[in-house]
Design a protein around this ligand. Structure first.
Ligand code: F6P
Length: 320
């Protein structure tokens, strides 16, 4: 292995730049040439590929977004374009790549792997929806952003004695909502993993008010079976209390990565380079109980994501 590529794909997440920096600098240290592929698989198909040096990743460690840009590529889902991508990589002499992204990006990596390209996947998504790793790169920062928002919303909710429904991202996974509910002291959390019971939500709000609570914070994951706008209306009707909706949306994807995300990105990228240098099979790299681990890429998407019921139950206990 002499020349490797690196790309970011899917939704961006804070820490992707830290990962790119680590791939480039560890790669060069290991005697490899590192080439950056712009706009994920989409840019790969358009041949947007350039060699990177140590200075090309200077001053990016602390920045959100991704200097390589990212995209969701429709074309790359078709076998003929997957063949084309491999042809382009071969033309550039790139034998292995580091793919930083979520489940769709890993699936794309598998297609390249089946066509003879070595792929090392890093879990780059705020959603924390990849079962093979404790955490994904960007999750910690996204939850920190949500916590900051909850504090501010609580100030004004208390001042007006209101209920606020806060919608967060996560696609089919409720982890951003769940962790933010525990760490942010929400009264209730609605998740894709748990059946929604609106009556229970309203009861919790009324009980809290009867005990003299000045505010109620209700967290809703975007994948929950009820949408936040509808929930806001129902709560206002049933509790008779003024209820506001806040959708945090893309705010959660930006910002400077936290220590945890920088470390996770940096160390998983270092491992990816080591594996490529050693001509390893394609792997997905993450952490298990805090240790860096690498599993066969073909296995990780089959691993079921477990739901943390204890954490869910704790939200109720702590908000009584
Ligand atoms: O996967 C990351 C994520 O931010 C999800 O939480 C969200 O559902 C989705 O991406 C939004 O995607 P897009 O950037 O394509 O609108």
């Amino acid at each position: 292995m002499k020349r490797i590529g690196v790309l970011t794909s899917g939704g961006d997440s804070p820490g992707m730049n830290a990962a790119i920096r680590s791939v480039v600098r560890c790669g060069i240290e290991a005697g490899l040439e590192v080439w950056g592929i712009e706009r994920g698989y989409e840019g790969l198909l358009d041949g947007e590929i350039r060699q990177m040096d140590r200075s090309s990743v200077g001053d990016i460690l602390h920045r959100g977004g991704t200097i390589l840009k990212t995209a969701r590529s429709e074309r790359f889902m078709e076998p003929k374009w997957q063949d084309k991508a491999v042809e382009i990589l071969k033309t550039f002499g790139i034998e292995g790549i580091v793919v930083i992204g979520g489940d769709g990006s890993l699936r794309g990596g598998l297609e390249l792997d089946s066509r003879g390209i070595k792929v090392m996947a890093l879990p780059g998504t705020i959603d924390n929806d990849l079962s093979y790793t404790d955490y994904t790169i960007g999750f910690d920062t996204a939850v920190a952003t949500v916590l900051e928002a909850i504090s501010k919303i609580r100030d004004t909710s208390s001042a007006h004695n209101r209920t606020t429904v806060i919608e967060v991202m996560g696609r089919h996974c409720g982890d951003i909502a769940l962790y933010a509910a525990v760490a942010g002291g929400a009264e209730y959390v609605l998740l894709p993993e748990v059946e929604t019971d609106v009556n229970k939500v309203c009861l919790k709000i009324i009980e809290g008010n009867n005990r003299g609570k000045l505010h109620s914070i209700i967290m809703v994951a975007e994948g929950a079976s009820i949408k936040s706008a509808e929930l806001t209306k129902i709560i206002e009707e049933k509790t008779g209390k003024e209820t506001k909706q806040v959708v945090l949306s893309y705010l959660q994807r930006g910002g400077s990565p936290t220590l945890n995300d920088r470390m996770l990105a940096t160390l998983t990228a270092e491992k990816a380079v080591e594996l490529l240098k050693n001509n390893s099979q394609s792997k997905a790299i993450g952490t298990c109980n805090g240790n860096i681990v690498a599993y066969d890429l073909k296995d990780v998407l089959k691993m079921p994501k477990s739901f943390n019921q204890d954490l869910y139950d704790l939200v109720d206990v702590l908000s009584k």
